[in-house]
Ligand binder design. Structure first.
Ligand SMILES: [Zn+2]
Length: 262
């Protein structure tokens, strides 16, 4: 093999290693960040009960379990518990109505959360119920899990991310969070330092206020999408901090929920 051939093989191998690295998605890292922030904000008594059910810090380890069991048959109806789609341009009152008058199509996130919380209150010893609550409480704050029905929550919106094919849904589940390069523990710690001053206000917000905030947040993402020039750096610059705030809010609200149930 001459030098040119060796160089060619090296270039190919380098390329292969880049593309064969498994993606650490929001599905994994985002849910862990949210669970870690929540865990650090649990009351002592609640933390003991949660640890007893899932093992020490287990709620972080199991934060992605509801995504993993989609490939199993034990919870055959759980697929649509992870999202609740909306149409664009809805009135605030129509959006808020979805919290109690569950939409008949476009996901079952709100219905699933309400029944899981009721289940946990009735029987706080069921570990699967807790695993679902930890995960779905995070999905509730993923903008593309409460996005438009007609594009399947951003899944049909094709995009380029540093020259590679992706979709709007994946940008928000995976690409944006990856772009910052933190581990989940570093990210959770950083967000606590950065947004801790907002904790009190986040705890005081009603479910209706939070849902409307989410809805308008997602609508702003769609509005930006319509004008975006394809510059990935600008996308990250524009959206990574709002994305981080979503993670922090999700963590604090999950802690509040668990402190009230367990
Ligand atoms: Zn999910």
């Amino acid at each position: 093999m001459n030098k040119k051939q060796i160089l060619y093989v090296l270039v190919c191998l380098t390329g292969m290693s880049i593309y064969s690295v498994p993606a650490f998605s929001w599905g994994q890292e985002g849910h862990r960040i949210i669970a870690k922030i929540a865990y650090d904000n649990l009351n002592c008594g609640t933390r003991k009960k949660v640890d007893k059910l899932l093992g020490k810090q287990g709620m972080i380890y199991y934060a992605n379990w509801p995504d993993e069991i989609k490939s199993d048959t034990i919870y055959p109806t759980s697929y649509d518990w992870h999202f609740q789609d909306f149409d664009g341009g809805m009135s605030d009152s129509a959006v808020v109505a979805a919290l109690t008058d569950y939409p008949k199509e476009g996901g079952n996130l709100f219905r699933a959360m309400d029944s899981l919380v009721a289940e946990a209150k009735a029987d706080p010893t069921r570990d699967h119920t807790l695993r679902f609550i930890v995960h779905l409480a995070g999905d509730r704050f993923c903008p593309m899990h409460t996005a438009h029905m007609d594009d399947k929550g951003g899944n049909t919106v094709k995009m380029q991310w540093f020259g590679r094919n992706t979709r709007l849904h994946t940008v928000w589940d995976t690409n944006l969070i990856e772009s910052q390069g933190y581990s989940y523990t570093e990210y959770a710690q950083m967000l606590t330092h950065k947004y801790g001053w907002k904790k009190k206000a986040i705890l005081q917000m009603s479910e209706e206020e939070l849902l409307l905030r989410n809805y308008h947040f997602t609508e702003a993402i769609y509005a930006y999408q319509a004008t975006w020039d394809g510059n990935t750096y600008h996308y990250i610059y524009r959206w990574h901090e709002p994305m981080e705030e979503q993670l922090y809010i999700a963590g604090i609200r999950l802690a509040k929920l668990l402190n009230g149930v367990y």
